[in-house]
Ligand binder design. Structure first.
Ligand SMILES: Nc1nc2c(ncn2[C@@H]2O[C@H](COP(=O)(O)OP(=O)(O)O)[C@@H](O)[C@H]2O)c(=O)[nH]1
Ligand SMILES: [Mg+2]
Length: 289
């Protein structure tokens, strides 16, 4: 079983005849757009396929399929997909709107890092609802990692401050910071994230930092709009694309990489601890087509 087996494929290469004619390219375009790749990116990809087909003298559908896998894999390569965890401690901040999978993703990554013998600390800076810290606590217990939390309604920046101090004192390798995705309005949310960022800058100025935007793949092009807003306000270093299991909108990964120029660093395909792993562009492209 491959990791992306639960991803819905773009099936044109299986269903179409054997000729690489205009109908074929039209239908490929349509399929990519249906998969939420977006119009502009789709046109670019198909143009690129056509030019490679010409250049390489490709005749068969199977060759065209392999070529398209390569075109998509290239398009998905928007930078380094590995997390920068080069300092002790390193800090990874998770942001994104409500329900996209931030807390679950932290749980999974924490569990995996712990398995690599890293000393991990969770920071429950989503203080908006008591349930958020409770949910993260369950993951912390499951993974066997420490957690820093406060009462509901506490200042998230204060929780982050506590976590940074604890990380320094305890020799933590990686701090994973959960944040709220819903505040009274968007400006409020962005201000809050900036405040958290400033606390990290001040408390751990030399630490390796990642800001991962978590996006729900099933929201397709809407997710891309969210991503643009967060990118402007918070300066993201990578994307976690969740809920790729069973979605027909896998093309969104390509749109994100092309239009944002930010690499997808992790992909989620379910709710279990093993249903998340570092994003492999070639494997994803192969599974999509
Ligand atoms: N099917 C599926 N569900 C997921 C995935 N990631 C998270 N979820 C579920 O999405 C829901 C919201 O996740 P949560 O982590 O609470 O989102 P948050 O509000 O961003 O913290 C939960 O029911 C998770 O189990 C995924 O990759 N696939
Ligand atoms: Mg949450």
């Amino acid at each position: 079983m491959g990791f992306f087996d639960k991803l819905k494929k773009i099936n044109i290469f299986a269903s179409f005849g054997s000729e690489l004619n205009d109908d074929f390219y039209d239908e490929l375009e349509e399929s990519l757009i249906l998969a939420d790749t977006g119009m502009d990116v789709t046109l670019e990809l198909v143009e690129e396929l056509k030019s490679r087909v010409r250049r390489e003298g490709i005749k068969t559908l199977e060759e065209a399929r392999s070529c398209m896998v390569q075109v998509i894999a290239d398009a998905l390569s928007a930078g380094d997909t590995a997390l920068n965890l080069s300092t002790r401690p390193s800090v990874v901040l998770f942001i994104g709107v409500n329900g996209v999978g931030k807390t679950t993703t932290i749980g999974k990554i924490g569990y995996q890092l712990k398995g690599q013998r890293k000393k991990v600390l969770f920071c429950a800076a989503d203080t908006f609802r008591a349930a958020a810290a409770e949910q993260l606590t369950i993951w912390a217990d499951r993974a066997g990692v420490d957690i820093i939390k406060q009462h509901e309604g506490a200042d998230p920046a204060a929780v982050v401050f506590d976590a940074m101090s604890a990380a320094r004192a305890r020799g933590t390798d990686v701090v994973l910071v959960d944040t709220a995705g819903r505040l009274h309005n968007k400006q409020n949310l962005m201000n809050e994230l900036n405040k958290i960022s400033r606390v990290i800058d001040r408390e751990l100025p030399d630490s390796a930092r990642e800001t991962l935007l978590v996006l729900d793949a099933t929201t397709g092009q809407n997710g891309l709009i969210q991503a643009k807003q967060f990118k402007e306000a918070a300066g993201i270093t990578g994307i976690v694309l969740t809920k790729l299991d069973g979605t027909a909108k896998g093309g969104i990964a390509i749109a994100i990489a092309k239009e944002l120029g930010v690499p997808v660093k992790y992909a989620g395909v379910g709710e279990g601890v093993d249903d998340l792993k570092p994003f492999d562009a070639a494997e994803f492209a192969q599974a999509l087509i």
